[in-house]
Design a protein. Structure first.
Length: 290
């Protein structure tokens, strides 16, 4: 999505924060019991008992740009987080706790709740792969609206994520790079197997254009050419600027990467997407993604 709506009830704009006609909440069958909040995955350690058979240490990654170099690529706000699931380390963490309007990124939380409550897998997968605002708005209204955000923030342990100030404007949910990386880590490491399979397949088959016609293969899918990817993208204007985000898992699902930006509203979409792609390209070479 890529245009800010006046209200969810008012209809659809051309953007990612677009809200759609809210349907009356349907009575849903009770979902499976909620899992308790999940702690952050522990740092890897080597005990005395395993020292003899432990794998040799990873070769340090060289050539990664620092935060200052990345910030020069994007006027406005920029947050970047790259997490290595194999080592449990954050390789890049630039402004990881700064919050941004989520735009379509919040669809990942909507998808998790929809599957928890028994919504059809095909509906959820279509919403994710095509970034379908109409389906997202309907599910948001039916499944609890802001409670979707607060509920999953508690389960996953998200510290900065907040529901929108105006309950109907789901795209104005606030997220941080660190929190959204935790969402991927939950999906990959702790979600039910069926949920993981449905969501990852949808993110791996992201359509070239979203349901609103926006070209969504920028950032991760544009810069990562040497490995596969699964992505969740976000775009909206003007909240108050152009919020443009790319996120996903790459490198045989070893790495989680999240890039969030808030660029000046006067920036064209073409330039804004080029800047986000440039950030991922700066990371892709040193990490073997390109």
């Amino acid at each position: 999505m890529h245009r800010r709506n006046a209200t969810l009830l008012a209809g659809t704009c051309a953007g990612a924060v677009v809200a759609v006609l809210v349907v009356a909440a349907a009575v849903r069958p009770p979902g499976p019991a909620e899992a308790p909040p999940l702690p952050a995955p522990p740092a890897l350690t080597t005990s005395a008992a395993t020292t003899a058979t432990a794998a040799p240490p990873e070769t340090p990654v060289t050539g990664l740009p620092d935060g200052a170099a990345l910030a020069r690529l994007v006027p406005g706000k920029l947050s970047v987080l790259v997490h290595d699931r194999r080592t449990g380390r954050d390789l890049v963490a630039h402004q990881p706790d700064v919050t941004y309007p989520a735009a379509s990124l919040v669809k990942l939380l909507i998808a998790l709740e929809a599957l928890r409550q028994g919504e059809p897998a095909g509906v959820v997968a279509g919403m994710l792969s095509r970034s379908d605002d109409e389906v997202a708005g309907r599910l948001w209204a039916q499944l609890g609206g802001p409670a979707i955000v607060t509920g999953w923030a508690a389960r996953i342990g998200l510290t900065s994520t907040r529901p929108p100030a105006e309950p109907g404007r789901w795209g104005s949910t606030l997220v941080s790079a660190a929190d959204f990386a935790r969402c991927y880590r939950y999906l990959l490491d702790a979600a039910p197997a069926a949920t993981r399979q449905i969501v990852l397949r949808a993110l791996e088959s992201a359509a070239r254009r979203g349901a609103d016609g926006f070209e969504q293969l920028f950032g991760v899918p544009a810069a990562v050419t040497a490995t596969g990817w699964a992505v969740d993208q976000g775009w909206s204007c003007c909240d108050p600027g152009r919020d443009l985000h790319t996120s996903g898992v790459v490198g045989d699902r070893r790495y989680v990467v999240v890039v969030l930006t808030a660029q000046p509203a006067t920036t064209s979409w073409a330039i804004a997407t080029q800047r986000v792609t440039a950030v991922v390209k700066a990371l892709a070479g040193p990490l073997g993604w390109a």
